[in-house]
Design a protein around this ligand. Structure first.
Ligand code: PGA
Length: 242
């Protein structure tokens, strides 16, 4: 069993209706022997799934940076908590790119989640251009500093998912060796800036059944964030090896 200690988050993005999500969970639930397999379905499907599959862990793909008020279309941290949401992605590269979320927006989302006792999964990563220019460390440092800027000095638990933008949805994963080094660097930076944070670092970007073992073998990699390969039941089962 791969996921006694390491975490696998399935990020379903804009996929699966309620009936498709339900079918997937019905098939998966009897096989789940670990509570480290987390699912992030569409926001609108969270409530029925949480009620129907209480043994599973569900999270959201986004949260509002605002607590409440006149913000049409937004969903707050308190609303997610009330549904029983356990974790929430923040700052996924697709939200940064398509919805222009900034590091400051992401810092506010993170603060909203922590206020509600929901575990944030902060997603960071450099673009291909930044990577080729040797800017990886500078970009990650700035995303960490800015993203965590509203953390107080009390102890918190959070996850950081390192997802190089050019590896997301491209079938061009970064090598496990390289990821191991970068995650060690991220852990080091966070412990210096925020010594009170209990951190787990994940890797995301074209993880699939053929490469997942290489990542999970690395000590600094606390788990994986999986997009496309989490959508198909057969592929997903191969990855989590229930
Ligand atoms: P991918 O997506 O596995 O399809 O590359 C990962 C993610 O977006 O979190």
């Amino acid at each position: 069993m791969r996921f006694q200690e390491k975490i696998c988050i399935a990020n379903w993005k804009l996929n699966k209706t309620l009936s498709e999500s339900r079918k997937f969970c019905q098939e998966l639930a009897p096989f789940l022997k670990s509570n480290k397999i987390w699912i992030a379905p569409s926001l609108c499907n969270l409530s029925p799934l949480i009620q129907e599959f209480p043994q599973m862990t569900f999270g959201a793909q986004k949260v509002s940076k605002f607590s409440q008020g006149a913000y049409t279309g937004e969903v707050s941290g308190a609303m997610l908590r009330d549904l029983g949401v356990k974790f929430c992605l923040c700052g996924h590269s697709e939200r940064r790119r398509h919805f222009h979320e900034t590091d400051r927006d992401i810092a506010s989302q993170l603060a909203e989640l922590l206020k509600q006792g929901i575990t944030p999964v902060l997603c960071i990563g450099e673009t291909k251009e930044e990577h080729e220019k040797g800017m990886t460390e500078a970009v990650l440092t700035s995303q960490i500093q800015e993203g965590l800027i509203l953390l107080g000095s009390h102890p918190v638990t959070l996850l950081i998912a390192y997802e190089p933008v050019f590896a997301v949805g491209t079938k061009e994963p970064l090598s496990a060796d390289r990821v191991q080094k970068i995650l060690a660097l991220i852990a080091n930076k966070v412990s210096k800036i925020h010594p009170h944070v209990t951190l787990t670092c994940l890797y995301g970007g074209s993880v699939d059944p053929s490469n997942i073992d290489e990542y999970l073998m690395q000590p600094a990699i606390g788990g994986v964030l999986v997009g496309s390969a989490s959508l198909d039941m057969t592929t997903f089962k191969q990855m989590i090896n229930p």
